[in-house]
Design a protein around this ligand. Structure first.
Ligand code: ADP
Ligand code: MG
Length: 288
């Protein structure tokens, strides 16, 4: 039989926007000492509006570059892909078919559009393969640029703008007040990570973290006796969600995340994480 307190807890958690998939993990949420936050789609909305399309090369139009990028991005579920595809649709660009699609975790993707090798990649890819690009106008706030390479040659970039969720700062403040450490872990660049972390007054951040490194970082903290919760949307952070002592997925994320996570934030509201912690503590007190 389900104890009364637990049954009531389930109802109350539903009211607080929490869907509990793993009761043990939920009960353990009172033990959490550190919460790792994925940036995109969790602390930010993942809105990714295309803010700018810039070509370096004469001989290719902005429209054509966007068309080729959309051709490969149609295979990705990342917010960047969604933003690029929305822009293409808005401009009535017909998205071409692409083949030999290859996803480069935490770096971008590539594929063939007709006989052209098209890559859409982040700055970390450029660094790794020593691709030189003309100086980019400084980005600000939560802006991310992806670069388009055609037949390995950089032809331009698309800048996308995300927004920090209004509720994120409050969520962080409640966690801090309850002595829970918080850390931003993102595959995005240093500048964006720093800007989000400072804006939300977080305890710290790590940028340019590849998906498998997120999982390793959690293991590392666990080895230091931290009881770790991870929140993410599951766009490539499912292994980290699984590794964490408590895996929390935002509701608007992927199906993979929903399957891996212990708890789902139905309303994608980071503030509900704070409710979870406080609520977990209160429930436990009632049970003993
Ligand atoms: P986050 O930690 O913000 O969720 P990800 O690990 O999902 O970051 O992505 C890290 C970086 O990899 C992005 O900032 C971008 O540079 C690159 N990237 C990921 N997916 C794509 C994509 N579909 N198209 C282009 N670049 C991508
Ligand atoms: Mg992510």
């Amino acid at each position: 039989a389900v104890p009364l307190v637990v049954a009531i807890s389930t109802a109350v958690s539903a009211q607080n926007g929490l869907l509990i998939r793993n009761r043990t993990a939920f009960e353990n949420s009172r033990k959490i000492t550190t919460i790792i936050f994925d940036k995109t789609g969790t602390l930010t909305k993942g809105s990714h509006e295309v803010a700018e399309v810039v070509v370096f090369e004469v001989g290719i139009s902005e429209r054509e570059m966007l068309r080729l990028a959309a051709g490969v991005e149609q295979h990705s579920e990342h917010y960047i892909a969604q933003g690029i595809l929305r822009k293409a649709k808005e401009l009535h660009i017909e998205v071409p078919a692409s083949e030999d699609f290859n996803y480069l975790p935490g770096k971008g993707l590539e594929g063939m559009v007709g006989n052209q090798d098209v890559k859409v990649v982040g700055p970390n890819y450029l660094q790794e393969f020593k691709v030189e690009v003309p100086a980019n106008k400084a980005e600000e706030g939560v802006e991310t640029a992806v670069y388009i390479l055609i037949d390995k040659k950089p032809v331009g970039y698309i800048k996308l703008r995300d927004q920090i969720r209004e509720e994120s700062a409050e969520a962080i403040a409640v966690l801090k007040k309850n002595g829970i450490k918080n850390l931003l872990l993102t595959g995005d660049n240093e500048r964006v990570a720093k800007s989000v972390s400072e804006h939300l007054k977080m305890d710290g951040y790590l940028a340019n973290v590849l998906p498998h490194q997120k999982q390793e970082k959690i293991k590392e903290l666990q080895a230091q006796n931290e009881f770790v919760a991870m929140t993410g949307d599951g766009v490539n952070d499912a292994p980290a969600l699984a590794q964490a002592d408590v895996g929390i997925a935002v509701g608007s994320g992927t199906d993979v995340a929903a399957e891996t996570a212990d708890i789902i934030l139905v309303n994608s509201n980071p503030k509900d994480i704070a409710s979870l912690i406080l609520f977990g503590k209160a429930t436990y007190r009632k049970m003993i």
